[in-house]
Design a protein around this ligand. Structure first.
Ligand SMILES: [Zn+2]
Ligand SMILES: [Zn+2]
Length: 359
């Protein structure tokens, strides 16, 4: 498409006349020439320049006379206003526009938002942490030994015949019965089903026409027109075959068998105190040195394992607080009734007894 030359307009800065044709170099009202401040603009009408004149436009921007500041056509060797030679001038219309743009100050940046003060929050956090440390830190307590208890137990197991089922008979098992059972499931292709799905395709829908106007800097604008293709998406249905599976059970032989195994049967427990108990809940304990309980094993029984537990009880006479700790037998043996002890405790938990840590 051929580009058209459109007549631009300008306003006289001297007398205020508006909408003067860009092809007129001087104001028809006051004769003031176009100058450095003259800016060409498009009118609503967008009048095309006659073909005869148009070929002389869009060839070069007007130059600015360095002496009187008026604008002159690109092919004029002398200023139409004052007669100065073009060779003595270097500026043109577009440079005037650049200078104008550079003269406009950018807006000042917005003031930075005030930062919220953080230190009161940090101080609060530090105080809370300090308080937690103060409450949780271990404390020393002067107490005396009020009770000592011991517990010893022996686990007993017996050899019995059990009925079990499994996919195989283990060593020592005697087969009783077998039957088929579902062990797992298998995916089996059953059939194919037809499935519809949509397919989108970009199709040329037509062309859109765009127009732009370029300032020639000589009182005219060049109308540039171009076209761009426009597409639309068209959908159509296509079909495909998809496999459909079913779950099929897989059978295997399940064996029922009898087998002898050791099974936990009972615990024999002996419990006692080192001296007459002061605490009411321990009062019915036997007063005796630690001993292992009798097991009286039957013909199909044996010992499974042994365990023992030694506990020291302490009383803080001033405050009435009581503490207890599970300790080794050796440590347990060291203390007699009423002995003074220094504990390190955290809450109700005993951490150390006379400097010995309890784990
Ligand atoms: Zn004027
Ligand atoms: Zn001049």
């Amino acid at each position: 498409m051929a580009n058209k030359i459109i007549e631009g307009l300008w306003d006289c800065p001297y007398c205020g006349q508006k909408g003067i044709s860009g092809l007129t170099k001087s104001c028809p009202n006051c004769a003031h020439p176009q100058d450095e401040g003259t800016k060409f603009y498009l009118g609503n009408e967008k009048k095309a320049v006659d073909a005869g004149k148009a070929k002389d436009y869009g060839k070069g921007a007007d130059w600015t006379c360095a002496f009187c500041g008026s604008l002159n056509r690109y092919h004029n060797a002398n200023c139409a206003n004052c007669g100065a030679e073009r060779a003595d001038s270097s500026g043109d219309y577009f440079e005037n526009r650049k200078k104008e743009a550079a003269g406009q100050q950018p807006p000042p940046p917005p003031p930075a938002p005030k930062k919220r003060k953080l230190w009161p929050i940090l101080l609060g956090i530090v105080l809370i942490i300090a308080l937690i440390v103060l409450i949780a830190r271990p404390k020393a307590k002067d107490v005396s030994v009020s009770d000592k208890t011991w517990t010893r137990s022996i686990a007993v197991e017996e050899y019995v015949t059990l009925r079990e089922s499994d996919w195989s008979v283990p060593q020592g098992g005697r087969l009783v019965n077998s039957h088929q059972e579902i062990r797992s499931y298998e995916q089996v292709l059953d059939h194919y089903a037809t499935e519809a799905y949509e397919v989108g395709e970009e199709v040329l829908d037509g062309y859109d026409t765009y127009t732009d106007y370029e300032d020639n800097g000589d009182g005219t604008f060049t109308e540039v027109t171009w076209q761009e293709p426009r597409y639309r998406t068209e959908y159509h249905t296509e079909y495909r075959e998809v496999p459909v599976y079913r779950q099929e059970p897989v059978y295997d032989t399940m064996y029922d068998y009898e087998i002898e195994r050791w099974v936990h049967a009972r615990d024999e427990i002996a419990r006692g105190a080192a001296f007459a108990a002061s605490d009411s809940t321990l009062r019915n304990l036997e007063v005796a040195e630690p001993y292992w309980p009798e097991t009286r094993l039957g013909g199909n029984e044996r010992e499974e394992g042994r365990s023992e537990e030694y506990i020291l009880y302490f009383t803080d006479k001033k405050k009435g607080n009581t503490y207890s700790a599970r300790v080794s037998q050796a440590l347990w043996e060291q203390y007699s009734k009423g002995a003074g002890v220094e504990l390190k405790v955290q809450g109700s938990r005993v951490l150390e007894i006379d400097g010995v840590s309890i784990s």
